[in-house]
Design a protein. Structure first.
Length: 255
């Protein structure tokens, strides 16, 4: 799986603002309880707790659930003892009568600590599934989930126009594409004729890029701007984009 890279997107008319609230709780060490091999039997976990578990064999699977009370994102870390081979499949789902996958990662034992990409969340129930891939029978792992409350981080599933995240002028929004099949849509409303200044920032890397499209949206999409954003630069000022009153869509796609 490709490494997920975070980016910040600013739609500027006034001072760019990025604010978030970190929720702190007292951490504890807890242990999985068998049989937690289904959503119905998932172990409920708290933010910041260190959860210890293992898969007894290739047929075992561990489910955990947690509740989000505020929009924002979660940081997940998983750690294990080193071994040159072996791995788990880890899935994160939004749960509302059915499971909707919002994140996936293969966790390999040849690394001992694994920080997942920030995962945008809304109030509701989420489920983590840890599944067997290879050579992890009875190998202990440790799992920690933390939550940051913010209105300015993307929320999955925003993969199409109908589920686009609504954003406002003058704020900075964060997001990431979890893999080459992911795409992020944002929608904003313009009340007056003028132009948009868009800036996008990212961590430096000499390889990798995004495709960024801006559309006018009525009953269909009309492209008004396009840019390839390369990670070899860390800040990208788009050309001024002339706009009229109406709805606009920004699409960030994997290149």
């Amino acid at each position: 799986m490709k490494k997920t890279i975070s980016m910040l997107l600013s739609i500027i008319m006034v001072l760019s603002i990025f604010s978030c609230l970190t929720i702190s709780v007292s951490a504890a060490t807890v242990y999985e309880t068998e049989d937690n091999d289904s959503v119905a039997k998932a172990d409920s976990i708290r933010f910041a707790d260190v959860v210890k578990g293992n898969l007894s064999d290739s047929g075992d699977v561990d489910y955990y659930s947690f509740t989000v009370s505020q929009k924002g994102y979660v940081n997940i870390n998983m750690s294990n003892a080193y071994n040159s081979s072996g791995s788990w499949y880890v899935y994160v789902y939004r749960y509302d009568n059915s499971l909707e996958e919002v994140y996936y990662k293969t966790v390999k034992r040849n690394e001992t600590s694994h920080d997942f990409a920030k995962i945008g969340v809304e109030p509701g129930t989420y489920v983590i599934c840890i599944d067997y891939n290879s050579n992890v029978s009875s190998v202990q792992y440790e799992l920690t989930v933390n939550h940051v409350a913010t209105q300015t981080w993307e929320c999955e599933d925003n993969d199409n126009v109908n589920t686009a995240d609504a954003i406002s002028l003058g704020y900075t929004y964060g997001g990431s594409l979890r893999d080459s099949g992911d795409v992020d849509y944002y929608t904003l409303y313009v009340s007056q004729k003028g132009y948009l200044n868009i800036n996008m920032t990212n961590e430096y890397n000499n390889g990798g890029s995004w495709y960024v499209y801006v559309y006018k949206y009525t009953s269909s999409l009309t492209e008004v701007y396009y840019k390839t954003v390369k990670r070899s630069e860390i800040s990208h000022d788009f050309a001024k984009i002339g706009v009229e009153p109406g709805t606009y869509i920004i699409c960030i796609d994997y290149n």
